[in-house]
Every structure is written in structure tokens, then in C-alpha cells.
Design a protein around this ligand. Structure first.
Ligand SMILES: [Zn+2]
Length: 114
């Protein structure tokens, strides 16, 4: 995920605070880091989205190419699984995963928000 220049330190600090205090709010982050609340809210939202995406990555099987991921979908469908599955490239591991179509829509929303 690309970050605007200059915010990397703050980004890392928000990660650090969230690790130390799970469930920490934007107000507390703003006070701790001496930044405005709206920036804290944005950073908090972004770190949470990143954590969700990373979690999906580590839980899923990694495929080296889109072709491998699509082959996996064919195999899953052949077993009679009716789920709407699609292949998507992962920004964390650089590989491909198989996800439900709803998951891919969320991914597209996240990508568009960058
Ligand atoms: Zn991944």
C-alpha cells in the first residue's frame, strides 16, 4: 500500500500504539503522537485496513501466478463448491490468492481509496 511521503514515521507509531493498546481510539492516538484528531482517525482506519488485508494474506494459500490461482478455483468448483470465487493479486506477499467475490470487491474499494 503506498503512503504519502512523510507519514511513514507516524504510520509506524500508530502500529506501535495499536500493538501496545489493542482497541486504542483515535483521540488517544492524537494525544499520544501530538497530531490532529482527523489525521489520527485516518491513520487508525488505514492501519486497521492494512491489518485486515495482511490477516487475509497469512490465512490463505499463496499461489505464485494468476494461472495457479485460477487452476485452484477450477479444482474447488470441481469438488462441487458453489461459492463465487475469484483470483486476486496480493499487495503483501506479491502472490495470488483465491477469494470470494465479495472479498475481491472490498479489495477493489481499498485499492481505489489509495
Ligand atoms: Zn498474500
Amino acid at each position: 500500500m503506498s503512503m504519502p511521503t512523510g507519514t511513514n514515521t507516524t504510520w509506524a507509531q500508530v502500529h506501535e500504539l495499536r500493538r501496545a493498546e489493542p482497541g486504542i481510539g483515535a483521540g488517544r492516538i492524537a494525544r499520544r503522537l501530538g497530531i490532529c484528531r482527523s489525521l489520527a482517525q485516518r491513520l487508525l482506519r488505514e492501519t486497521m485496513e492494512e491489518a485486515n488485508e495482511r490477516g487475509r494474506c497469512t490465512r490463505k494459500r499463496r499461489h505464485p501466478t494468476e494461472m495457479h490461482a485460477r487452476a485452484a478455483i477450477v479444482a474447488i468448483r470441481a469438488e462441487g463448491n458453489p461459492s463465487q470465487l475469484s483470483a486476486y493479486s496480493c499487495s503483501f506477499c506479491g502472490g495470488w490468492h483465491v477469494g470470494h467475490t465479495a472479498g475481491q470487491k472490498l479489495m477493489q474499494i481499498l485499492m481505489a481509496a489509495e
